[in-house]
Ligand binder design. Structure first.
Ligand SMILES: [Fe+2]
Length: 242
């Protein structure tokens, strides 16, 4: 059973699910693929990918409604809340104003960057989060050119305490040849802490994790598979250090 820690499943908040029906279909497809826990991570602080309604309050409200939806309709997915925050300067202020949305209210926070961000800006932002006592989980590092242009960036971020989350679609070439190669390189060098779907719909960027599980079966030990698809996620939900 898998824990999917990066899901755009809450309807009407970003470029993921658009309706409650989309939410239901995505949850159902996730369950078919072996996922039993999903962490809803709507884009946050990202004006390009959020609707006008995207605020901490609207995210919390939608999460509660969808949590009720799963219980009322016996949808076999246990839903948790987080966000995918576009990381920029000013995170200290957001933290002190209690505006950040961490994963299940733990120290762990899923963050993304602009694709053309500079590695020094990235490190500055991550250090700001770490100075607040948070643990950044970097969403899809394989997709960023700043890591490609600065090969030691990944090692440095991990040394700083960050966790790396790759997208299952990257391994299958969903985002092009470079992210595919880089995701595989990260995996084979033990530089990945978790694999997630980064699902947006049921057709293109889906929550079905059965495909990545199948792919991993012939390449990794059972323990490593469990670690990347379930065990590390469990530690994050429980706010444990790893
Ligand atoms: Fe995402």
């Amino acid at each position: 059973m898998f824990i999917d820690m990066h899901c755009h499943i809450l309807p009407g908040l970003d470029d993921g699910a658009e309706s409650v029906n989309d939410f239901r279909e995505m949850a159902s497809l996730a369950y078919d693929g072996g996922t039993t826990i999903m962490v809803a991570t709507p884009h946050y602080m990202n004006s390009a990918q959020c609707t006008a309604a995207n605020s901490k309050e609207s995210i919390l409200r939608t999460y509660r409604l969808m949590k009720e939806e799963t219980q009322r309709n016996n949808i076999p997915i246990n839903l948790y809340l987080g966000s995918e925050m576009l990381c920029g300067t000013g995170v200290n202020e957001l933290y002190s104003e209690n505006k950040l949305i961490t994963i299940n209210n733990t120290r762990y926070i899923l963050v993304e960057f602009r694709f053309d961000d500079d590695i020094h800006h990235v490190e500055f932002c991550l250090n700001s989060l770490i100075s607040c006592g948070l643990v950044p989980i970097i969403a899809h590092p394989e997709r960023y050119t700043f890591f490609r242009d600065y090969p030691y960036g990944i090692y440095k971020c991990i040394e700083m305490g960050c966790k790396m989350q790759i997208n299952k679609g990257s391994v299958f070439g969903k985002y092009g040849e470079y992210p595919k190669k880089y995701a595989k390189w990260l995996l084979s060098n033990n530089l990945v802490h978790l694999i997630a779907s980064d699902c947006h719909d049921t057709v293109s960027r889906t929550p079905y994790m059965g495909d990545i599980y199948e792919w991993m079966l012939t390449r990794f030990s059972r323990d490593r598979i469990n670690e990347l698809l379930h065990d590390n996620q469990k530690k994050i939900l429980l706010d444990k250090t790893f």
